[in-house]
Design a protein around this ligand. Sequence first.
Ligand SMILES: NC(=O)c1ccc[n+]([C@@H]2O[C@H](COP(=O)([O-])OP(=O)(O)OC[C@H]3O[C@@H](n4cnc5c(N)ncnc54)[C@H](O)[C@@H]3O)[C@@H](O)[C@H]2O)c1
Length: 421
Amino acid sequence: MNALAATNRNFKLATRLLGLDSKLEKSLLIPFREIKASSIVLYVYHVECTIPKDDGSLVSYVGFRVQHDNARGPMKGGIRYHPEVDPDEVNALAQLMTWKTAVANIPYGGAKGGIGCDPAELSISELERLTRVFTQKIHDLIGTHIDVPAPDMGTGPQTMAWILDEYSKFHGYSPAVVTGKPIDLGGSLGRDAATGRGVLIGTEALLNEYGKSVSGQRFVIQGFGNVGSWAAQLISEKGGKVVAVSDVTGAIKNSKGIDIPSLLKHSREHKGLKGFDGADPVDPNSILVEDCDVLVPAALGGVINRENANEIKAKFIIEAANHPTDPEADEILKKKGVVILPDIYANSGGVTVSYFEWVQNIQGFMWDEEKVNNELKTYMTKAFKDVKDMCKTHECDLRMGAFTLGVNRVARATILRGWEA
Ligand SMILES: NC(=O)c1ccc[n+]([C@@H]2O[C@H](COP(=O)([O-])OP(=O)(O)OC[C@H]3O[C@@H](n4cnc5c(N)ncnc54)[C@H](O)[C@@H]3O)[C@@H](O)[C@H]2O)c1
């Protein structure tokens, strides 16, 4: 089942639990606006970006943005640069952002977008030209109170800085038009670590329910990028034992616990964890089924599926990545008694601190890192309690608890704003 089908399925299960009107259900599902070449949803925008390459030749890329829902506030979601930007997946991710921002209870809707390009094959100046042309094409569709992009796969703070600059040429200086900016341009302290820190906060809240704490638990983490490496660092600082880690270069294991600060240093110096001498190499395909208490998929979608779900040894899965577990695996794991902390809650720390960045830009006032981290803890702790309350009300698991919470908040806002008018 692809990401869009899985998201739609979870949404429909949630609407059934909530007893939502079928017309409202349809209205909540269809994106508000989808912007891409040769496809019509509500408006058609041909976002074809043609740029001169460094050698003088011209090259065209297709960029698009799916704006899913704005009932609760401006739409919010990343922009990814990837050769296989899959419109269905981006659609699913835009929808997920709507439910995620509602679960976190921050005043946003959901969006996602991207450009079908391979950033590794473009020079810095080509990437800058491409980003500026894309911004020129969509500048009247995004904005501080309309749709606020952020970095995603293949993009980062520098990409956001170019979008800010290009957008500001049309609309005046507008730092709040994007989040995930460099600190010097109004980025928030604590944003880099926020998703990993949110993973830690969510994990602590979940383990507490079972009379356990992070300290003493054995963790396996797939992915050692922004989310995985911060999660590993913060978990190990809290006394959690990280026994296996993988990234695109390979997988390593040490049942006594991996020294995370040394691994971070090695990973920075060697651009990956391959060759780290503080652990033994293992087959990357077996990382998810390694013996542990808590499994943290923090890399790709769809990695936990019917092929490996039965072999998973963890008692808890924290979905740091988006869509790591497909619905068939969900069913298998439920029968095995594995508890899953779903992505729309578990990785919401990033968008929550993006919201703090937007608030700081609008206030024109910078918070210190301690305030950012404290506010993140407050939001994520409250969201966990709200998810648990929905689980009790609807006698459902955490995934449905999170979906019913998010969908219900969006439905209430939609009804209050007068969706049938
Ligand atoms: N960065 C955020 O703030 C944020 C917020 C919410 C959700 N997410 C999700 O978290 C996941 C990771 O995001 P990120 O920002 O850390 O990305 P990243 O690009 O910084 O890191 C991705 C990591 O996954 C590894 N990886 C890639 N292919 C792999 C494979 N086949 N096996 C094992 N590891 C592999 C890479 O080597 C890298 O270590 C994604 O699903 C993303 O959508 C990220």
